[in-house]
Design a protein around this ligand. Structure first.
Ligand code: CU
Length: 101
């Protein structure tokens, strides 16, 4: 519910700040992305079969829902910082979102 409200607020705020990370070959592309605070990052699973997730484990957040082929996941980053994440089923998959002021 909280995510839904956040998404709704983002829509109403008309936020144009967006960035995309594609998932394929068991990797995040790009593995490191730099965005401005207030940006919504969207992960899209481009695999034919493999499912993945987006898990900000260091922040002790719950794992995302499982992303099957074509599914996507979004998170808005309001605070500058370095956000490392992994994939729940594949801990060898690593990614970083660098958020600048
Ligand atoms: Cu994965």
């Amino acid at each position: 519910m909280r995510l839904f409200v956040a998404a709704l607020l983002a829509v109403f705020a008309g936020s144009a700040l967006a960035a995309e990370v594609r998932i394929r070959d068991y990797k995040f592309h790009p593995e490191r992305i730099t965005v401005k605070a207030g940006t919504t990052v969207k992960w899209v699973n481009d695999e034919k079969r493999a499912s993945h997730s987006v898990w900000f484990r260091d922040e002790r957040l719950p794992d995302s829902e499982r992303l099957f082929a074509g599914d996507s996941h979004e998170r808005k980053f309001d605070k500058p910082g370095t956000y490392r994440y992994t994939c729940g089923p594949h801990p060898e998959m690593l990614g970083v979102v660098e958020v600048t002021p």
